[in-house]
Unconditional design. Structure first.
Length: 520
């Protein structure tokens, strides 16, 4: 295989043409599905229309969603205001020309095209910059895997905040890496600004905000100056959130999750509320196992994250210890926080979701060192990437928003040829294979372009490693959720995590044997 860090043999003109084709294909992939709307999308859309009317109160629309707060006789969206705020201009423009669809599902899809999809493109570029700053690899493999082989893909098609906040977090991290040795304070200021804005979209991204600030104070050439500039930028980024909170709730520090409506009272005119924001308890090892290995677990659905962890280990061994500690620290903090987090509804997965959605923002950090893993074990990483992309494609094309124990919907819908609505559906072509074909075709084109642009060539590779890797993942994905459900408690947790550890050890051992020429 060609060195993943080396230059492509393509000419500059052909490379640029392929990148352009790939960019168009990515937009088609994330823009084609028209997903069903749930409480989360409806809460954002209610706030968009309310802000367009000049008020943060969603009283006119509150019966559309249970994802809301009730304070002093008025209803408010329970969501961070960032996505709604950037959605107001396109909404007003569409309204001015009479193009806001009367069908709410279609309206949300159209707003998603004009907000979340551009952030998906930004995420692709920001991840490439982050990976390049970390590993020196300027190829598209890692960013494409982040966008198409992780939970980012389904959330690009859902009107959620996770893709915008992840794009801003990745941009903030890339700027922070640049700020360490910069002669000016501008990169640190911009890094703080991007990180602060990320929190305006999704509150848990504060983990990234804090981590990057600590990283700059620890590693920057001008530590105090860089840290101060980062802090000023973060304050500027957080200013819109403080202004919204003061406008809506009378205090810059009062978040929209305060006084959240009890789920059982979501249709009441004067509902009971759950005081405070959310519940943070002691981290739970069992919940952590659920986040990783249940039927909606991060490893179960996207095994490429295991290669990401391996890449971080290799990054540390390559004497990029500060970066490795930053990325690993942010990821471990996020997982630990999520394992002790509960809300009035939804639990650690945040309700109906294709996976642990509160971890989406740290996925670029988790996969930032993927080129190191790709260089060490190309066949294994390629196998895990293909499996992850295929899984996320099926999830996105069918029904991403499912609850615990409902993931069989994905394979059942695939077998029956029943997919989500698309633009072809609006033209009367149904929701079968013909309707979803552009989505899969564009996804294949993205992978083809990535392979061509990056000059990746797999040859003389024994099928034992990729096939064995795929079999090992299938075994874990099949057994781990069953163990967690059947055994429960400490026993199920220990067995499931032990299964993952054993499978990972076996694959790493196989990679080492292959590297020594002992595995044909």
């Amino acid at each position: 295989m060609r060195d993943p860090g080396g230059p492509s043999s393509l000419g500059i003109g052909r490379r640029r043409a392929l990148v352009a084709v790939g960019a168009v294909a990515v937009v088609i992939v994330v823009a084609w599905p028209i997903q069903q709307t749930g409480w989360t999308q409806k809460a954002h859309y209610a706030l968009v229309r309310s802000l367009a009317d000049g008020t943060p109160q969603i009283d006119r629309y509150h019966l559309e969603t249970g994802d809301k707060s009730y304070w002093r006789g008025h209803f408010y969206s329970a969501k961070a205001p960032g996505l709604a705020a950037v959605s107001v201009p396109p909404y007003l423009a569409l309204e001015a020309v009479g193009l806001v669809p009367s069908n709410e599902r279609n309206a949300v899809w159209l707003i998603n095209l004009l907000t979340v999809v551009p952030f998906a493109v930004l995420l692709l570029a920001a991840t490439r910059w982050l990976v390049g700053s970390t590993t020196g690899d300027d190829r598209w493999t890692s960013p494409v895997v982040v966008v198409t082989g992780t939970l980012v893909l389904p959330f690009c098609t859902l009107y959620f905040t996770h893709v915008p906040t992840t794009a801003l977090a990745a941009l903030a991290a890339a700027l922070a890496l640049r700020a360490r040795g910069a002669t000016t304070l501008r990169p640190a200021l911009l890094s703080g600004l991007a990180a602060g804005l990320a929190v305006v979209f999704e509150y848990p991204t504060a983990v990234v905000l804090a981590g990057l600030g600590a990283f700059l104070v620890w590693t920057a050439t001008r530590r105090l100056a860089a840290g101060a500039a980062y802090g000023v930028g973060a304050a500027l980024g957080l200013a819109p959130l403080a202004a919204y909170n003061a406008w809506a709730f009378g205090s810059p520090a009062r978040l929209s999750y305060a006084h959240i409506v009890n789920p059982g009272d979501w249709q009441a005119s004067v509902p009971r509320t759950v005081q405070g924001t959310s519940s943070f308890g002691a981290p739970s090892l069992h919940t952590l196992a659920q986040l990783l290995l249940s039927d909606r677990g991060l490893v179960t659905l996207t095994p490429i994250v295991v290669a990401g962890v391996y890449g971080l280990v290799l990054l540390y061994r390559a004497h990029h210890r500060a970066e490795a500690i930053l990325f690993a620290g942010v990821c471990v903090t996020a997982v630990t926080w999520n394992s002790g987090f509960t809300i009035a509804y939804g639990g650690p997965f945040g309700g109906d979701s294709p996976g642990p959605r509160y971890l989406v923002a740290v996925l670029p950090f988790l996969l930032a060192a993927l080129p190191y893993a790709l260089r060490r074990a190309p066949a294994v990483v390629a196998s895990l990437a293909v499996l992850s992309v295929a899984t996320m494609a099926v999830v996105t094309a069918t029904q991403p928003q499912v609850g615990a124990g409902e993931t069989r919907t994905w394979t059942t819908d695939l077998a029956h040829g029943t997919f989500t609505t698309t633009p072809f559906t609006l033209l009367g072509l149904g929701s079968g294979w013909i309707s979803i074909l552009p989505f899969f075709a564009a996804l294949i084109a993205v992978v083809w372009v990535m392979v061509g642009v990056d000059g990746i060539r797999l040859y003389r590779v024994s099928p034992m490693l990729p096939v064995g890797t795929a079999f090992t993942w299938a075994l874990v994905a099949w057994l781990a959720p069953k163990i967690l459900n059947a055994e429960g408690g400490a026993t199920g947790t220990a067995l499931a995590l032990g299964l993952l550890a054993g499978a990972t050890t076996a694959v790493v051992a196989a990679v080492r044997l292959a590297g020594r020429g002992r595995l044909a």
